[in-house]
Design a protein around this ligand. Structure first.
Ligand SMILES: Cc1cc2nc3c(=O)[nH]c(=O)nc-3n(C[C@H](O)[C@H](O)[C@H](O)COP(=O)(O)OP(=O)(O)OC[C@H]3O[C@@H](n4cnc5c(N)ncnc54)[C@H](O)[C@@H]3O)c2cc1C
Length: 423
């Protein structure tokens, strides 16, 4: 019998669940508070003026149209779930379901550091990347008119917290933006005085990578003039400075926080005892305990494999989405459902031009080979043929001409909390 399957959240998990369910004879309702799927791993390239924001997003109605018949999209924010009545409450209307797949992702975790939350930038949404790009470029514009050398240097100092893939990739892209592009744009500034400082509380970068790739990343970033501070913790911030656990202070107008994420607020509405990071514990088949018709996937789900929680990454969300779709089809066919198992195909991070690290199928790659793998895989996983072409053209253009086309300040005041509070 035809069932109504509601999927909340069209991130990596949600779109793969929907794609798996398409054409299987059910009614599939896609719900997201945005009308696009966002390819978060490339957000940092929008923030560093390398890509247009449109090129890393894809309209959900176009996807739903592709998955016809039976699939439709509703723009709405889910606010709660009535498990007894099998209804999703949203800010638009109440949607009944037979099966529910919840993949609302995660939000930045500031670990209760109010000063940091107030004065830092993070990257989770498309608009965050635009705000950050505006801020970085505005900092340089202000530096041009700043007579005090110390304040000028603080305007050109960028502190990045978190030595995971996002922090590493952002640091590499930012220093290249400064040295290769902004150095030409701002002849009146000594851009070599600009500082990009990467702060990690651990004694190594890219904790999930093998040691030789961690060492390579550290050396490469330092060679690119990124100042890497290990075993250091940022505990507070003000509009013009960043404060460390030992009382040290770096004068800086830009603090970027990528030190952690926690489950999306919707997790708190599920009425379960949350695991660390507010994640929702799930059964071996990814269902909510006591609710075999409700699946929780992706960053929101807490699932242990070999004694360790699965990381909050795109491959985990993707495989969980596919599994949830297949499990629903199997349940409806009366077939047994095997427990979920994540197959780790590896991980990667790009550092800069011609340089990346990758671990794939038990082999470690670094340098140019890893960089090529990174480029090709990101193009492959990006949604939409046009997006792939646009992104590839931008990368080729940058590679040959050292130009990042999107050096646009689209709002002069929007989001510049730092500057406004410094007046
Ligand atoms: C800057 C950045 C870089 C990253 N780089 C990498 C990387 O290089 N490699 C990697 O593997 N992973 C990376 N990740 C992590 C990866 O993007 C996530 O693990 C992945 O997106 C999780 O997928 P998901 O489906 O659980 O949620 P998401 O992809 O976050 O999607 C959640 C969706 O739910 C929607 N939503 C949220 N709340 C509601 C609500 N209440 N109602 C309706 N809709 C809602 C959101 O709009 C969103 O579309 C990165 C993340 C970020 C932020």
């Amino acid at each position: 019998m035809k069932k109504r399957i509601v999927i909340i959240g069209m991130g990596f998990g949600g779109i793969h669940a929907a794609r798996t369910l398409a054409g299987k004879g059910h009614e599939v309702v896609l719900v997201d508070r945005n009308n696009y799927h966002l390819f978060q791993p490339l957000l940092y390239q929008v923030a560093t003026a390398g890509l247009e924001q449109e090129s890393i997003a894809h309209p959900l109605r176009a996807m739903a149209r592709h998955w016809q018949p039976g699939t439709r999209f509703e723009l709405a924010e889910a606010t709660g779930i009535d498990f007894a009545r099998r209804e999703v409450h949203t800010d638009a209307r109440t949607i009944p379901y037979d099966y529910l797949v919840i993949g609302a992702g995660s939000v930045t975790n500031f670990f209760g550091l109010e000063g940091v939350q107030r004065h830092s930038f993070d990257l989770k949404e498309l608009k965050d990347a635009e705000v950050l790009r505006n801020h970085i470029l505005t900092a340089f514009e202000r530096a041009v008119h700043e007579p005090d050398p110390a304040r000028r240097r603080a305007l050109m100092t960028f502190v990045i917290v978190g030595g995971g893939p996002t922090g590493v990739e952002f640091a590499g892209a930012l220093i290249e933006l400064v040295h290769f592009v902004l150095a030409k744009d701002y002849p009146e500034l000594s851009t070599r005085a600009a500082r990009v400082v990467l702060v990690e509380s651990n004694d190594k970068l890219l904790a999930a990578m093998p040691e030789n790739l961690q060492d390579y990343t550290l050396k490469k970033l330092r060679r690119m003039s990124v100042e890497v501070l290990l075993n250091a913790r940022v505990v507070d911030a003000a509009p013009d400075r960043v404060i460390f656990h030992d009382g040290a202070v770096i004068p800086a107008h830009t603090l970027f926080w990528s030190a952690g994420v926690k489950a999306a607020p919707l997790a708190a509405a599920l009425d379960v005892t949350a695991k660390p990071g507010g994640r929702v514990p799930v059964e071996p088949d990814l269902t909510l305990p006591g609710h075999p018709e409700v699946f929780v996937i992706g960053d929101m789900a807490y699932f242990e494999q070999e004694g360790l929680p699965l990381p909050m990454t795109a491959p985990v969300a993707t495989q969980m989405g596919i599994y949830a779709g297949q499990a629903i089809v199997a349940k409806e066919a009366g077939s047994p459902v095997k427990p979920f198992r994540f197959r780790d195909k590896g991980s990667m991070a790009t550092i800069g031009r011609n340089s990346a690290v990758a671990r794939a199928f038990g082999i470690n790659f670094r340098g140019y080979a890893a960089w090529l793998i990174w480029l090709l895989l990101h193009l492959y996983y990006l949604i939409g043929f046009r997006n792939r072409i646009v992104v590839m053209l931008n990368w080729v253009w940058y590679y040959w001409y050292h130009e990042r086309q999107v050096r646009l300040i689209t709002h002069r005041t929007g989001g510049h909390r730092q500057f406004e509070e410094c007046k």
